[in-house]
Design a protein around this ligand. Structure first.
Ligand code: FAD
Ligand code: NAP
Length: 548
């Protein structure tokens, strides 16, 4: 069909939002507030994104819920009560559904609809979306809220199709749950998802085998029921807490120690590391201002955690196998769990280290290693991560100006201007895209910053009579260079075998994708760009191009 025929038969909106996670939900709220007609297209059978798809036992956030929540409505933040310090997946999902209903957004959200293609019509300055339902949609603005950890990665393993047991990925967990009671269960992976899931599966399984390729550092979450005095204090000070989060390094209120790990005595260092262990979760990474930039300071923290592992895990060989070596702490996303290391003291749990071997194949009855060992399993769980940051966008592979595809544009890794827009892809905005703080932040803070910036940009265009906005190639390349330089000043650049670099996906270009220059600095930058007439963007009137 000719492009014009498609646009004639398609549903028309001012904006199409792809994805109904925390980003898509706020985007539809905000864009409707500024008067746009909006349709949200969501692949899943419900809203919630991450919190809809990742229903595995133990799934919860690792940023305090009072922080990991929307700030855009004071009534909402005052009236909603979180039951725990770190909310569980069911509670976050309830919260997102509550927001959708409270602000009457459900009628604008279309579920079970995957966007399979998107192309830019240069004459009309519109995006044309094709979906799995066969229906097409046309909109002036494409707001991509497709998520950066939304494409589950099941490694290609010979024999999986012949496996007679049941297998699952944590990021695509069935709504009805998985019965592991008394069963022989295998978990592949020891990242954040696995470390949350393993202790709970161990309580029910007959026997649990944990297949570990690279040990990571897991902090105790130190989760507990919400303390009424903490909730009261937050609610009394919400505006200030939210302002602080937006201006902070990581988009939240976790207390940072601004001293160097080198300017303190040995005793002070130990005390601070112990303090961080007791605070739990990600607090360890704020122990010293140079923990992620100075290899020696980092190693002090790493060894402190290794000693904790050795003190918790009774079998010395297992303890040693669980201790990460040659891995800067925090450069693979730090894990936060409850009773993770203690779980390896259970009789029904075995750690299978893949340090000197690999998984050869999946057999009809379980997992076989390259040294011939075989494990019979009734249930196999892949906690093997995601095609992060670029996976969902590349799957749609939008076609921009002159027919250029995103995969072509990102062949050497994602290039964006501010993590928000791409040259040759006019009127397309990505929420928390590569090149923005994204996964290096409290994502709700970053999502709100992006959605508000996008809404402001669209309002500016409408007020100025512009039909299209597009990042300039020069601005995009300068920003991408800056993203890479910012990472180069940290230890992240030295640990390249991580999903931050795309190294977990065979064939993916290895390049550090998020922006580590700090949420506050980044926020100032995007506000400054807007204030200066959207520096680095060019705007198109209906038939002419004007450089700004
Ligand atoms: P998502 O929630 O991923 O939503 C994207 C949606 O887009 C999905 O529903 C997907 O189905 C849909 N979609 C994608 N492609 C298409 C398509 N082609 N067509 C239609 N729909 C499509 N971040 C934190 O800051 N703190 C945490 O504690 C934290 N914990 C996490 C725990 C887990 C288990 C995971 C996986 C991630 C966690 N994150 C955390 C990151 C989390 O992804 C973000 O905080 C946030 O939920 C992202 O919201 P989003 O709307 O941007 O993306
Ligand atoms: P992940 O961090 O990418 O971990 C995947 C694990 O699977 C790694 O241990 C990896 O080992 C292993 N693996 C992958 N392929 C393998 C193979 N072929 N053979 C053996 N092992 C293999 O994924 P994730 O745990 O799902 O977490 C992803 C991100 O989501 C997190 O980093 C975090 O940002 C977010 N998350 C947050 C929370 C939270 O606490 N709030 C919970 C879950 C997820 P290698 O390291 O050797 O590659």
């Amino acid at each position: 069909m000719h492009a014009h025929d498609v646009t004639r038969s398609a549903h028309r909106y001012d904006a199409i939002v792809v994805g109904a996670g925390l980003a898509g939900v706020y985007a539809v709220y905000k864009l409707r507030q500024i008067g746009l007609s909006v349709r949200v297209l969501e692949a899943g059978g419900g809203v919630g994104g991450t919190w809809y798809h990742n229903r595995y036992p133990g799934a919860r956030c690792d940023i305090e819920s009072l922080d990991y929540s929307y700030s855009f409505s004071d009534e909402l933040q005052q009236e909603w009560s979180w039951s725990e310090r770190y909310a569980s997946q069911p509670e976050i999902l309830r919260y997102i559904n509550h927001v959708v209903d409270r602000f009457d957004l459900r009628p604008h959200i279309q579920l079970n609809t995957t966007v399979v293609a998107a192309s830019y019509d240069e004459e009309e300055h519109v995006w044309v979306f094709e979906t799995s339902t066969g229906e097409s949609y046309v909109a002036n603005y494409a707001v991509m809220a497709t998520g950066v950890l939304s494409v589950a990665q099941v490694p290609s393993m010979t024999g999986l199709e012949d496996y007679r047991g049941r297998w699952f990925h944590t990021g695509d967990w069935p709504e009805e749950g998985v019965d592991v009671a008394g069963r022989r269960v295998g978990v592949i992976g020891t990242g954040s998802s696995a470390t949350q899931l393993i202790p709970l599966v161990a309580e029910e399984a007959g026997h649990l085998y944990v297949f570990q390729r690279t040990p990571n550092y897991t902090m105790p979450a130190q989760n507990h029921p919400m303390k009424p005095e903490v909730e009261k204090d937050w609610k009394a000070n919400y505006p200030e807490r939210r302002r602080f989060a937006r201006a902070s390094g990581f988009g939240h209120n976790q207390v940072t120690n601004h001293r160097s790990g080198k300017e303190v005595t040995e005793e002070e260092r130990r005390a601070e590391l112990e303090n961080r262990w007791q605070l739990g979760g990600l607090y360890m990474m704020r122990a010293f201002k140079d923990i992620l930039t100075d290899a020696e300071v980092n190693e002090e923290a790493a060894e402190f955690v290794r000693n904790k592992i050795r003190s918790i895990v009774k079998d010395p060989e297992t303890a040693e196998a669980l201790c990460p070596q040659n891995l800067y702490i925090g450069t693979k996303r730090l894990c936060s769990g409850t009773h993770y290391y203690e779980t390896f003291n259970r009789e029904n749990v075995s750690l299978v280290s893949l340090k000197d071997v690999a998984i050869e194949c999946i057999t009809a009855s379980g997992v076989q290693l390259t040294d011939g060992r075989e494990y019979e399993l009734d249930v196999l769980i892949f906690a093997t991560g995601f095609d992060a940051m670029t996976g969902a966008m590349n799957r749609i592979n939008p076609r921009g100006r002159g027919g250029v595809t995103l995969k072509e544009a990102w062949a050497a890794g994602p290039h964006t201007y501010l993590g928000l827009c791409m040259a040759d892809f006019p009127n397309m905005f990505v929420i928390t895209g590569p090149g923005s703080p994204s996964v290096f932040s409290n994502m709700v803070t970053s999502i709100e910053q992006h959605v508000e910036w996008i809404a402001d940009c669209i309002q500016y265009m409408r007020a100025s009579g512009y039909a299209a906005v597009e990042a300039t190639f020069v601005a995009q390349e300068q920003w991408t260079q800056h993203v890479s330089e910012a990472a180069g000043r940290t230890l992240y650049a030295k640990s390249r075998n991580t999903w931050f670099h795309g190294a977990n996906i065979p064939g993916k270009p290895v390049t550090f994708m998020p922006y580590v220059g700090g949420v506050g600095n980044y926020y100032n930058k995007i506000l400054e760009v807007a204030r200066e007439g959207y520096k680095g963007f060019q705007f198109h009137k209906v038939r002419s191009v004007s450089k700004v």
